[in-house]
Ligand binder design. Structure first.
Ligand SMILES: *Cc1c(COP(=O)(O)O)cnc(C)c1O
Length: 837
């Protein structure tokens, strides 16, 4: 890549020589932090380093904005209520190609580089897979040089920090901004006003046309905070634009002038509440007014921001959809359909038909869930009180839409009711998924199986209406963060053999397939895994005081805690293995460490009890002198991107055991496989495709298929029968019911066991025996180290499909019609021509 031009080359703030990096670092420590080395805290050093790197990103950022402005290129806008970014510093160093050099610089200054990296508080602005997908996607968009913006919310408090007290989850607020955020730049000059509440009025305009005016009850300001997102070794630096809510000055003053100082302050406080906190529910709608306000807030700011860009680029409104491809990451931003219509109709006076064409050609919708309880719907009265004008527009969209359905399916009243944007069964709701489907030209699922199930089940009626809208875009993850940054030893081992083309083109890893038969390579591969496990064992000891043996198999299940993900099925197997080992100490099973991690939504009591179940079983087993050197159970607290970066590289086995037909895709499964873990899993989500890629012989498959699950439910599922006929299962459940893992308290897990015996909505009992048998196969396989390592290598080198670069290429080709715009860096005499993005 081209470097900075001459005058920049020698500058303390831009040069990439070690000397200038050092000088820049000390300058920033002095001029930004106001500290000498003798007084500086670790955080001062971290910030000085972060600013030193940011300084070196700005030239690319400004050049990128200028290039995009001049090319007028089509821009992808990724709208997501969550961006689970993880720490920026290490990733930026990797993407700039200066990780090793900066490490040396920091060490030559006598500082601990790892400590400085660890000092960064991660921006945890997401719950799990969905938010992390958005983060991987903006990384890939920048690497592929696609003009793109991520639009979201700058939550003051991200996902809570989890601690474990007496085996239970405790939540602490995530004060990620307390030490300052060096990566963001506020852009108050591009603030947007957002209206909320109030009522609508009809009036006749000067041309005698009937119009609608929205008289809001309050107005809040959205302030954009921009973070540069670097591509991997390209000049591209795209933007993540997150909106913070504030009270508008003028509004405060009005109340203030009436002498109501406290009222004015109240106004400020309520306005700031909108972007205050991320809702910590994964796969569960909250139905709270503030959540709807958050969604509308960031969507309205983002669309107005696009209109601002359109205006300064002199592009006519009728070409909005040619300039912008807007992707809706789940239904959280689906209100955008009604908001763009409102902006066009009420503020730009566009005709309905033209506005609707622009809207449909602008949006595309990604569905993320098969769980009915996660499909967002808003009670009509609540919706009307927050967005009265949008409700009118949704009624009009619905009425025109249902007219179309009536013609196509004459006389099919039941179908009309199923398709309607309004759920009329009892209490009335606005169905956000239906709004997204109607207002988009493309609808996609996130794995092959998921996309099929959408067509057969969740969105069947829409598929029958518009089959041409439906697509699949299998998820992916970025190999920059999830391999190079988090598993540098594996990355070097790979690059030593095949160069580093694989980082941008992950399919190249297949060149290593023959190496699976090379004993020396297998030894190196095993040693890398082993070293990662040693490092993780040290981390676990520091965090939990539990000693784990790196010789044992590291078996991980890390993901949000949820019944459908079935962490409790994992526990049932552990108890059954424990029982067998107690009965037969000569059983030949390799030592295994069962590790769990993940957060439970604070209001999801069953999930919180599942954590208590894991920790309680761990307490008994880890204390049992007969067993504790053979199996261990550990709960890793506060699973997030930072801990994930240590976990995936240290895993031998990845547990992907959701009930078939419930997990839309999963992306944790991909990160594990890429890092050489083998998977034990059901045919669910992307597991199906992972198994296809790595080969059935390198994947531990168990359980019912989605079709079998469906058939079993239809024919009447009776979990009690499994309990009665399977003595192993009965043993396990009886131990739990008798209080063996709750110090005799037979009530502690009563709710869980009764729930399984009488309902078992996720069919743990139906899959139990198959899972236990499969785990025995896993244990046998681990005893053959050579064979296991061979399988591990094949898993990693055949995971090329699961790079988010592949996903983004497919979105670009098939949905967004977006092309790369390579960035030429501005020369020293060239003034930037404009800042648009
Ligand atoms: C990848 C990732 C997830 C998603 O994990 P799944 O196993 O796909 O549910 C959730 N949280 C974090 C922090 C992740 O990095």
């Amino acid at each position: 890549m081209e470097q900075n031009t001459a005058p920049y080359r020698e500058h303390n703030r831009t040069s990439l020589t070690k000397e200038k990096l050092k000088q820049g670092f000390l300058d920033n420590l002095y001029f930004i932090q106001g500290k000498f080395p003798t007084l500086a805290s670790r955080n001062d050093y971290y910030l000085a380093l972060a600013y030193t790197i940011r300084d070196r990103m700005l030239h690319r950022w400004i050049s990128t904005a200028t290039n995009y402005y001049e090319s007028g290129a089509r821009t992808v806008c990724y709208l997501s209520a969550e961006f689970l970014m993880g720490p920026h510093l290490g990733n930026n160093l990797v993407n700039m190609g200066i990780f090793g050099m900066v490490k040396e610089v920091v060490e030559e200054l006598g500082l601990n580089f790892e400590e400085l990296l660890a000092q960064e508080e991660e921006p945890g602005l997401g719950n799990g897979g969905l938010g992390r997908l958005a983060a991987c996607f903006i990384d890939s968009l920048a690497t592929l040089e696609i003009p793109a913006l991520g639009y979201g919310i700058r939550y003051e408090f991200g996902i809570f920090e989890q601690t474990i007290v007496d085996g239970w989850q405790m939540e602490k607020t995530d004060k990620w901004l307390r030490n300052g955020n060096p990566w963001e730049v506020p852009r108050p000059e591009w603030a947007q006003e957002v209206r909320l509440g109030g009522h609508t009025e009809q009036y006749t305009d000067e041309n005698g046309r009937l119009r609608v005016r929205w008289v809001p009850a309050k107005i809040v300001l959205g302030i954009p905070y921009d973070t540069p997102i670097l591509g991997y070794r390209t000049n591209t630096a795209n933007t993540l634009r997150l909106w913070k809510s504030e009270a508008p000055e003028s509004f405060d003053f009005e109340v203030f002038n009436r002498g109501d100082y406290y009222g004015a302050v109240d106004q400020k406080v309520t306005s700031e509440n909108i972007s205050k906190v991320l809702y910590p529910n994964d796969e569960q709608l909250s139905g709270k007014q503030l959540r709807l306000e958050q969604q509308y807030f960031f969507v309205s700011c983002s669309l107005r921001d696009m209109l601002r860009v359109l205006a300064i680029q002199n592009i006519p409104l009728s070409r909005f959809h040619e300039k912008f491809a807007v992707q809706l990451n789940d239904t959280h931003p689906a209100i955008a359909v009604a908001e763009l219509m409102r902006l066009l109709l009420d503020e730009y006076l566009v005709d309905w038909d033209d506005a609707w064409e622009i809207t449909q050609r602008t949006f595309a919708y990604t569905n993320h869930t098969l769980l009915p309880e996660a499909l967002e719907q808003w009670p009509l009265p609540l919706f009307a009180s927050v967005l009265p004008r949008h409700l009118e527009i949704i009624f009009e969209i619905n009425s025109r839409f249902l007219d179309e359905v009536r013609i196509k399916f004459l006389g099919d009243e039941a179908r009309l009711a199923r398709l309607s944007l309004i759920n009329e069964g009892g209490e009335r709701y606005v169905r956000m998924a239906h709004l997204a489907c109607v207002g988009s030209h493309a609808i996609n699922g996130v794995a092959e199986l998921h996309s099929e199930l959408l067509k057969q089940d969740v969105l069947k009626d829409f598929y029958e209406l518009w089959p041409e809208k439906f697509r699949n875009k299998t998820n992916g993850v970025t190999p920059r963060r999830w391999m190079i940054l988090s598993n540098p030893s594996l990355a070097s081992l790979v690059s030593d053999r095949i160069g580093n083309g694989w980082v941008r083109d992950l399919e190249q890893l297949r060149q290593l397939e023959p190496m699976a038969d090379d004993a020396d390579f297998r030894k190196e591969w095993w040693d890398v895994k082993r070293a990662n496990k040693v490092a993780f064992a040290q981390y676990i000891f520091k965090r939990t005081g539990i000693l784990v043996d790196p010789e044992s198999m590291f078996d991980f299940q890390v993901k949000r805690i949820h019944e459908y993900k079935r962490q409790h099925l994992n526990v049932l197997h552990i108890i059954s293995l424990y029982r067998r080992l107690k009965e037969n100490p000569n059983l030949e099973v390799p030592p295994r460490t069962f590790l769990f991690g993940g957060k439970a939504a604070p209001g999801y009591h069953t999930a919180k009890r599942m954590i208590k179940l894991i920790t309680s079983v761990g307490e008994v087993i880890n204390r049992d002198p007969d067993i504790r050197d053979r199996i261990k159970v550990v709960f890793v607290p506060n699973f997030n991107v930072t801990t994930g970066q240590k976990i995936y590289p240290a895993a031998d086995l990845s547990e992907q055991i959701s009930t078939a037909g419930k997990e839309a895709s999963g992306t944790g499964n991909m990160k594990f496989s890429m890092n050489g873990a083998l998977t034990i899993g059901t045919l669910d989500g992307a597991n199906v495709e992972i198994r296809e890629e790595v080969g059935a012989e390198n994947f531990f498959l168990f359980g019912l298929t989605a079709d079998e699950v469906y058939a079993l439910r239809a024919s009447g599922y009776h979990p009690y029968d499994y309990y009665n006929t399977n003595p192993h299962l009965k043993d396990v459940i009886d131990l739990l019911r008798g209080g063996s893992f709750s110090r005799g308290d037979a009530d502690l897990f009563r709710g869980l066991t009764d729930g399984l015996l009488h309902h078992d909505p996720y069919l743990l009992f139906a899959d139990f025996q198959s899972y236990v048998d499969c785990q025995e196969e896993v244990s046998r396989a681990y005893l053959d180290r050579d064979h296991w390592t061979r399988m591990s290598i094949l898993n990693a080198v055949r995971s090329g499909k699961f790079s988010s670069d592949r996903s983004i290429r497919q979105y670009c080709e098939d949905i967004w019609k977006a092309e790369p715009v390579p960035i030429t860096l501005l020369g020293q005499n060239e003034e930037p021509t404009g800042f648009i993005q």
